[in-house]
Ligand binder design. Structure first.
Ligand SMILES: [Zn+2]
Length: 87
C-alpha cells in the first residue's frame, strides 16, 4: 500500500498551496502600500491610517506627474508650431 503513503505525504503541501495563492490572487484585496491583505474591509483603500496617508500622498504625486507630462506635451507642441514658422 504505497499509494496511501504517497497521498498523506502530498496532502499537507496541497492544502498549503491554495491558501498562499489565494492571498497572492487578485480576488483578495490587499493594501497597495504594504501589501497586507485587507480582508473584507473593501471600503477602505488601505490597511491603516498610515498607509492611507501614504496612498493619498502617492496619488497626489501621480496626479502632479501626469499634469507635468501634459504641460510638457503642450509645450513641445507649441514649440513645434513656432518652429514651423508663420503661415
Ligand atoms: Zn498597509
Amino acid at each position: 500500500m504505497s499509494e496511501a503513503v504517497a497521498v498523506t505525504e502530498v496532502s499537507p503541501q496541497a492544502a498549503r498551496a491554495p491558501l498562499s495563492s489565494a492571498v497572492i490572487g487578485s480576488s483578495q484585496p490587499v493594501c497597495p502600500i504594504c501589501g497586507t491583505a485587507r480582508g473584507v474591509r473593501l471600503w477602505i483603500a488601505a490597511c491603516s491610517p498610515k498607509c492611507r496617508a501614504a496612498l493619498s500622498r502617492r496619488r497626489r504625486k501621480d496626479a502632479q506627474r501626469n499634469r507635468d507630462e501634459d504641460l510638457l506635451t503642450l509645450l513641445e507642441t507649441a514649440l513645434k508650431k513656432l518652429d514651423e514658422g508663420n503661415p
